[in-house]
Unconditional design. Structure first.
Length: 432
């Protein structure tokens, strides 16, 4: 057991309760024993580690509900230890791991393998998704009940869409037996099959095959109709178009159990990033028009979009240093999710607690995790950060094995100083 930890002179932020006060936090064992204005150095137990926060923000550790790692099968792109270290450096203390490994996480043995590897690494907490269909093939449902019992937090085929409407209906209906969450990649596969970027004038100018933005809304509207038939729980990943956000808002108004997330790159970047055939800006779904980007920001601010998730997808140099058509899609983001999202606070006026809630209690609640809150008795998973500190995102500063960041060279605000899991410091920023 780690020795007691006392943090004093912090700005305590708990998005779940609206707490925003100056005070301190005492962690004993793996749990928060006390927090609030009354927590001072005088409360330090014998042998406690005392940290003077000097006015920095102390918030719940971030919860990232969409992360790909390369282990097992593609350890040259990312291992659990390197991905966990990148998460720690980004203030993420809990992450949900997508099942598109090799072999995929479609049985209880694979779930246990990943969970055991994460426990051995002893950094952030890793919660695996399970594949919705066997081998991620979209043909036959995996053993959802057994996978749920084995610890799966939700079910998804990662970046593959469940195109078979009957299969999705069966999955949503069956998952109601244990309140399971189904996560869908919203892209009509035939319309997207041969495309790389958003269809339009820029795609034509660059001579790149495009994906119509309508591919997203077509799949979202179909899935919402199926959801209405079943009464299940559906989460739509990385929404990126105004039309999809409008449809989700209308479905929520009708009482459907639908939620969605957006990625930092779809919140901060538009399709112009691909100018010069920049493969580090090739993602799925592709970057959209500025009008759609603004709609994603508006959807986050008004509550239609429930969560910010990094959509961390490591790709090595050989996968990205290709022609645009041949390059693999995806960007890393678990380490830079917080500072990129802070742009919404400084430039778009989103209240800090609202922004943090999308990366703490909201994803934790969706996945049923004991995380994302500063309160007595909760796990002592915290991030100490300076919301104002500027820094430049550089390849040298990134802990991921792969360096495919879409934000290389960008100046951002919001720097993580310390990340704590179960009362134990797992990351401390190097002093400048």
């Amino acid at each position: 057991m780690s020795r007691p930890l006392l943090i004093i002179n912090a700005r305590l932020l708990d998005p779940a309760t609206g707490l925003d006060v100056k005070g301190g936090l005492l962690a004993v064992g793996e749990r928060i024993a006390e927090l609030g204005p009354q927590v001072t150095a005088a409360m330090a137990p014998s042998g406690a580690e005392i940290i003077d926060a000097k006015g920095l923000c102390l918030a719940p550790g971030l919860v990232d509900m969409r992360v790909q790692l390369g282990e097992p099968g593609a350890e040259h792109k990312e291992r659990i230890d390197s991905g966990a270290m990148a998460a720690a450096a980004g203030g993420v203390t809990s992450l949900a791991l997508l099942p598109n490994t090799d072999p995929p996480i479609d049985n209880p043995a694979m779930l246990e393998f990943v969970a055991r590897r994460a426990r051995l690494v002893k950094l952030v907490k890793v919660y695996p998704y399970a594949a919705l269909t066997k081998k991620l093939e979209g043909k036959e449902l995996a053993e959802l009940g057994l996978l749920k019992a084995a610890g799966a937090v939700a079910f998804t085929d990662a970046d593959r869409t469940i195109a078979n409407a009957r299969l999705l209906r069966r999955a949503l209906s069956y998952a109601t037996l244990f309140d399971g969450l189904i996560v869908q990649h919203p892209e009509e596969p035939e319309l997207a099959r041969y495309g790389y970027v958003t269809e339009g004038a820029l795609a034509s100018k660059l001579g790149l095959s495009g994906i119509p933005a309508a591919a997203e809304i077509i799949m979202v509207e179909r899935d919402l109709r199926i959801l209405e038939l079943t009464g299940g729980r559906l989460h739509i990943a990385h929404v990126s178009t105004a039309a999809a956000i409008e449809a989700i808002a209308a479905a929520k108004a009708r009482g459907l159990r639908v939620t969605c997330d957006a990625s930092p790159h779809h919140l901060a970047l538009n399709e112009l990033e691909i100018e010069g055939y920049r493969t580090f800006a090739k993602v799925r779904p592709p970057l959209r028009s500025e009008q759609d980007r603004r709609a994603v920001v508006a959807g986050l601010k008004d509550g239609t979009i429930d969560v910010i998730a990094s959509d961390h997808c490591p790709q090595d140099q050989d996968s990205k240093r290709q022609t645009f058509a041949q390059a693999e899609p995806g960007v890393i983001g678990v380490q830079t999710m917080l500072p990129v999202a802070m742009r919404l606070h400084y430039e778009d006026g989103m209240p800090l607690l609202d922004l943090l809630r999308r990366m703490t209690s909201a994803p934790a609640d969706l996945l049923g995790l004991d995380a994302g809150r500063l309160r007595k008795g909760s796990p002592a998973d915290c991030v100490l950060f300076d919301p104002d500190a500027p820094w430049k995102i550089t390849e040298q500063a990134l802990f991921s094995l792969s360096k495919n960041s879409a934000f290389e060279g960008r100046l951002v605000q919001g720097k993580v100083h310390r990340t704590i899991v179960d009362g134990r410091t797992i990351y401390t920023a190097a002093e400048a």
